[in-house]
Write a protein that binds this ligand. Sequence first.
Ligand code: EPU
Length: 442
Amino acid sequence: MDKMVIEGGFPLVGEVSIGGSKNASLPIIVSSIMFDEFDSEIDNVPGLEDIKTIKKLLTSLGAEIKESDEPDKLVINTSGINNYDAPYDLVKTMRASVLVLGPLVAKYKKARVSLPGGCAIGARPIDFHLNALRSLGAVVEVDHGYVEVHADKLKGAVINFPIPTVTGTENIIMAATLAEGTTIIKNAAMEPEVDDMIFALNNGGADIKRVEQSIIVVNGVKKLRRLCHRVLPDRIEAGTFMTASAITKGDIVLKNINVQHLKAIIDKLSEAGAKIIINSSSQLRVKGSKAIKSVDISTAPYPNFPTDMQAQMMALMTLSGGLCVVTENVFENRFMHVAELIRLGANIKVRNNFAIVKGVQKLSGAEVMATDLRASASLILAGLASSDGLTTVSRIYHLDRGYEKMEEKLSNLGAIISRVKENDIPVVDEPDFNGSACSKSA
Ligand code: EPU
């Protein structure tokens, strides 16, 4: 197992290029299941552990992932799919594996997928996905830890999600794409990653429209043509580097981003004192302020402040000049980074779903442990800002699920950071809040 060693206290300066979005790549890659006539071509796919897992899952179903000269391009042939099972071993490493439910049922009218179970950041059930599939006419049974879905045919229906769910919306859009008739999805997720998948499917022959902000209409089609898509930039990777500039009082230019998707993050970082200069729709510059201002943060579905940036923003707030409240409204257990930030000298108290952060003069290097993907990013940022002593972040495999070449990108900006092998006895399973093994988050 690797850990990251950081000597902090230096401003990060320079340019960084942001990769393709993890959370858009995953549904688009699995949607290739519905395009079996031609090879699917997907560009700007980041080189992440989660992408390796979804490729493994597709291969296990019988798809062929072809070699491509371009490292961020995937070419997938799904004509050989002959297995409809997503086994526990794969789903337990990445819960987004449940995204195969929609396309498998749409195309083959059957799927058997392991229930993902709880995870470090919350219980994260998939009941909304399953109820929506039932509404489309599928028979859904849960037995021995597996969800089994089958349908003679899927028929359009009105689906009203109790709260917006990102992967739930994606799963049901895919299931409805080849269904008979029209499906109306109310209270649908509004995240840009959902729209990127819709764009990819429509280009391939689907008929999907977002008729109002939170209402999506899917007119089922008989057949799809060809999937050929370039994935949108990762707004959370972008937000993480923007926060890296703010917390180190640096000056970073981010390239290959979609500025439009970063509004909530730009607003909060500006309130916190960072100067944000928008150079174009795909490039911006963040100049950190000498004095970080305290700002309250409250997470909610897009277009509000993303839960996937809460931990990183909290790291910034630990060095602010005052007191602020960070409220987590999406996941019930997404404060695992707090205890680790405290080890670095932060002053934070958690009460139910909010944390009170009182800014301190400085953070000091310490040994800390990553508990999930975004918590690891938060600890790296805090380590970069720790002005005295080394910080080592262990269990860095969480980071590799969602950030490509993080230490290389940070080193290019002047950070003193290196990846080393851990001498400790490797910890394979870690307890989640229920006491069962779990290392997944996304
Ligand atoms: N929920 C239910 N039942 C369901 C589905 C969701 O109760 O059937 C609840 C969840 O427990 C949660 C809320 O609804 O409290 C919203 O969860 P959502 O379904 O939107 O989350 P998700 O689709 O499982 C995606 C991202 C997460 C991101 C969330 C929220 C992917 C692959 N994952 O998860 O990304 O935090 O949306 O924006 O798209 C990450 O990248 O670090 C990550 C965790």
